[in-house]
Write a protein that binds this ligand. Sequence first.
Ligand SMILES: O=P(O)(O)O[C@H]1O[C@H](CO)[C@@H](O)[C@H]1O
Length: 334
Amino acid sequence: MNCSVMAPINVDNVNGTKVESPAKKALPEVETDTNGNEHKRYSYEMLVETANFLLSKTPVRPKIGVICGSGLGSYWNEGSLAETITEAQCIPYEEIPNFPVSTVEGHYGKLVFGRLGDIPVVAMQGRFHYFEGYPLWKCCLPVRVMKLLGVQTLIATNAAGGLNPNYKIGDLMIVKDHINMMGFAGNNPLHGPNDERFGPRFPPMNKAYRFEYRKIAKEVAKELNIENIVKEGVYTCLGGPNFETVAELNMLKMVGVDAVGMSTVHEVITARHCDMNVFGLSLITNECVTSYDQDAEANHEEVLDVGRMRQEILRKYVTTLVDRFSKVMKAHNP
Ligand SMILES: O=P(O)(O)O[C@H]1O[C@H](CO)[C@@H](O)[C@H]1O
């Protein structure tokens, strides 16, 4: 494929308003995680460098970004959403300046630029999880890079355990809202000095998952004749990597959680902070074990099996949503 080198981005602020650059020295340079690994904090300028690198590698100018979770082919390629992307250009994470690398065994680690249907997109095939040892702000670095690339809408997908008794394995849950459990304990991707060039110190989160997109997703479910498997509910992220205890799951149920996972919430907070529109989608890959009488145990193999089982529907659903969301985006920003 022909890679034209486009003019590098030069932005004062991703949201278009001029703000003062915070003193660089206000940012702690290095953070040590619970395993003793050191993580160098990134600056706005470093992410601009990352975005300019990517823009120099591809002519694709995506307005929509997709994070492919465990159910959407972050562990396999054949038949996955990423494979559906046409005119694809794959850039491995290890080749991208300042990018973390996926450490989960079998997890892909690449950015895929190309088209879903007619729409230019960038997809993360493989995301970063807190349980890998990364601080949350580092897990979410790609979201900010997407913003700098020009992405306005983030579609964050995940595999999750179904806690709502009406959910069945293989159902899709449109994320209506989330509960930031890790945030309750003070662990938040926005923790630390705020760089106003990305967004405000105290961002609102009551409209985290765009109402218009959720409405469209329900309409599309009807059109595709999958409304019987499409639900809407509340997601929460725990730190992992262990699956939850019975008592933990019962507590989460009591506070209104419908599906449990180990990702997405921090990515969505980061995306909303820099004013991206968000759609969240969970694939219910297993039934949460909420009784001591049940013999079943959650396991990662089941998560992947259900992902493979549902990939065709997911691919069709997400591809159609990308098309519809882009029409809405054009209508708002002709
Ligand atoms: O959230 P995604 O990346 O889809 O993956 C989910 O599936 C894995 C557990 O099987 C965990 O990583 C959990 O977060």
